[in-house]
Design a protein around this ligand. Sequence first.
Ligand SMILES: [Zn+2]
Length: 215
Amino acid sequence: MIHPDTELRHVSPTIGHGVFATAAIPLGTIVYAFDQFEVCVAPAVYAMLDDRHLAVLDWFGYIDQHGTRILSWDHAKYVNHRCDCNTMSTGWGFEIAIRDIAAGEEITDEYGLLNIPEERPLSCGCPTCRHVLRPDDLDRYGRVWDLKVRRALTRLRDVSQPLEDLLDPATRLDLHGHLDGARPYRPVAALRCRRHDPGRPRPRRRGPAAGEVAA
Ligand SMILES: [Zn+2]
């Protein structure tokens, strides 16, 4: 589930749709949390999908550390990538605002933490654009991303958290144990999936689609 102070907007014919803040979302706010309505597709089921469902899942879904593909039921699946994103996945699975997000600003994410199995071209237009999203980006940039996440976590208890109750009890216990200094930080590398099921050949896309990687 995506933060309630967001809405879906059409960005451009090239980019498609994106998600925008309808109110200020401060640094440290949980912006996305897995919830019970999310569609979860195990590798064995993924391998059996027909091309229509495969295309949707490959485009809009993400892969968790267990290799399960997850398709959000709400507009979370339309969040675009930017290399200078304003939200980022944490090692606990939820996504957090890594800087203050102004009302009207597009919510953007780091797809390098979503276990994208293949290289994808990027055209974010951001000053520090990587131009290509690579499956091993986490190995290259994980330490930098951890610094951003850790900074955001220091504010987690200071800001309104409408999504925190969606975190499962074990995650909340571990998260708050870390914030109390009793448990270690969980690095973003915890999100890495080491078992990519190659599945079947993926359909080739003919052009840009909504939710494309900051196309
Ligand atoms: Zn970029």
